[in-house]
Design a protein. Structure first.
Length: 114
């Protein structure tokens, strides 16, 4: 497995283990698309670019990330297990914050704290 493949497999494992969903992306007729779409119930979507350790997004990928961010989407680049852990933590935090703000689920979430 390639170094990038190992990070992608770790991303998938962590997202699924925390109740999230993950899909592989492929955009027809467009280059620079992120590798994965990740979300937790809510939905809280994050486009994810997976790179090998120490590698960065290409200029073409960066341009596509800017377009997505301008349209209001979250985009993250992960190139290490630590960065995957950070992404999963932030994704879960977004999902919980959204639930706390929703009166129909706020009581349920507060109930988790005893």
């Amino acid at each position: 497995m390639t170094p990038e493949g190992k990070i992608e497999a770790y991303l998938k494992k962590c997202v699924l283990a925390t109740g999230g969903r993950i899909r592989k992306l492929s955009w027809i007729g467009r280059r620079g698309a992120p590798d994965r779409l990740v979300w937790w119930p809510g939905p809280d979507l994050i486009f994810v670019e997976v790179k090998a350790p120490g590698k960065k997004a290409t200029k073409q990928q960066e341009r596509e990330h800017v377009r997505l961010r301008q349209d209001g989407f979250a985009v993250a680049v992960v190139n290490s297990k630590e960065r995957v852990d950070w992404l999963v933590h932030k994704g879960l935090a977004m999902a919980v914050a959204k639930r706390l703000a929703d009166p129909s689920t706020a009581a349920w979430v507060r109930g988790l704290n005893g």
